[in-house]
Design a protein around this ligand. Structure first.
Ligand code: LMR
Length: 396
């Protein structure tokens, strides 16, 4: 049976990490996968997380199963982060949240709910989008279509084209939107553009599905939720898949959540019951540790303040690296204008480097970036910056 199985291609992002690990060159730099590095090039456990873990070590009494929806206190604090504390969606009980194994797990649960329990069969994603989106949605059984989003010539948003393409969508189609820090371009819809997209969704009866993996990495916790909240204020129904891999540095705890917002409490209850049924058939119920860490931090004023300060530090270091990146490229004699990098948000920069240039960076300079030209700016440091910029100057 297994001799018929063919070799799958390496994952465009995680496959790169495997190749990086196998590379024996001491000066190698990994700017592929989206992982935050501090100035020393490390990805340490946040101090607020360590403290929450110490509390859990003392207070946890049992490793009994969680309910299908996970840690209940966690699901409440997730809604506060998404919609704002005491938002009307929460008090009207129109939202229901289940803990999920990372943003990927949340997207998969949301997709299976759509396929099994609704009439929606097609999802529209931005071109370009995160390399795993198509994989998740197609595996769950959705048909993936693309809307234009990015204009390579101007390194900017192509909003008119996005609206034109969404005109082709049919009632019941799903529109994937990145909550903030668009992956891979770093270019986000403005608040006014989000409001316009919300009106399109309302008029055409399209269902927004938010992938919200970088809250706090753009401008701030509430600022980054502006677009999501603007859409949620207009449309009757939406889905959200969020992740705490980046903003809590909990990458390997696989901690995220899937949230359904329905027209009223009864529809939310019904939809949530089906989401739970899908989870039960998939992984039964989630692992506890990540959810307990996040709920412990967010329910304790001091720990929450410490986490917010750590998040601010990460955001500011990335912003500093963006500016330094632009300046260093110039200093290396690169004549092409890379100032657009300082206007992008979040962990990533869509550099415009082509496949050959990306391959040369890897082969000749041991610098790893994603094939699309996406660079994880969060992996740049003052130490590796000169070598990275020299190499880019060479391949240009
Ligand atoms: C990325 O885009 O690098 C991250 O979201 C990590 C991943 O799973 O691909």
């Amino acid at each position: 049976i297994f001799s018929q199985v063919t070799l799958a291609p390496a994952d465009p992002i995680l496959g790169l990490t495997d190749a990086f690990k196998a590379d024996t060159r001491a000066h190698k730099v990994n700017l592929g996968v989206g992982i935050y590095k501090d100035e020393a090039g490390q990805t340490p456990v946040l101090s607020s997380v360590k403290k929450a873990e110490a509390i859990l070590l003392e207070t946890e009494k049992s490793k009994n199963y969680l309910g299908i929806e996970g840690v209940q206190a966690y699901n409440q604090v997730v809604q506060g982060l998404l919609f704002g504390e005491n938002s009307k969606i929460i008090t009207d009980k129109r939202a229901a949240t289940a803990q999920a194994p990372g943003g990927t797990g949340a997207l998969r649960v949301a997709s299976e709910f759509l396929v099994r329990n609704t009439q929606s069969t097609t999802i529209w994603v931005s071109n370009p989008t995160w390399a795993n989106h198509k994989n998740i949605f197609e595996t769950a059984g959705l048909t993936v279509k693309e809307y234009r989003y990015y204009k390579a010539e101007t390194h900017d948003m192509d909003f008119e084209a996005m609206l034109t393409d969404l005109e082709q969508a049919q009632a019941g189609d799903v529109v994937l939107l990145h909550g903030c820090c668009h992956n891979p371009t770093g270019i986000d819809l403005s608040l006014a553009q989000s409001q316009q997209v919300a009106q399109v969704c309302l008029a055409k009866e399209l269902l927004p599905l938010f992938d919200f993996a970088y809250q706090g990495f753009g401008a701030g916790i509430d600022e980054d939720a502006q677009g999501l909240r603007a859409v949620a204020a207009v449309v009757p129904e939406l889905l959200i898949a969020n992740s705490f891999s980046k903003n809590f540095g909990l990458y390997n705890e696989r901690i995220g959540a899937v949230t359904v917002v329905a027209e009223d409490e009864q529809a939310a209850t019904n939809s949530f019951s089906q989401i739970k049924k899908n989870i039960r058939a998939n992984y039964s119920n989630p692992p506890a540790h990540g959810g307990l860490i996040v709920s412990t931090i967010l329910s304790d004023a001091t720990l929450r303040q410490e986490w917010e300060a750590e998040l601010t530090e990460m955001r500011q270091r990335i912003a500093e690296m963006r500016t330094l990146f632009v300046d260093s490229l110039k200093a290396e004699g690169v004549e092409q204008d890379f100032s657009f990098i300082s206007r992008q948000n979040g962990m990533f920069s869509f550099s415009g480097l082509n496949k050959q240039q990306v391959a040369r960076l890897k082969d000749e300079f041991a610098i790893y970036i994603v094939g699309s030209g996406r660079i994880s700016v969060a992996g740049l440091t003052k130490n590796n910056m000169p070598a990275v910029c020299k190499a880019i100057a060479q391949v240009l």
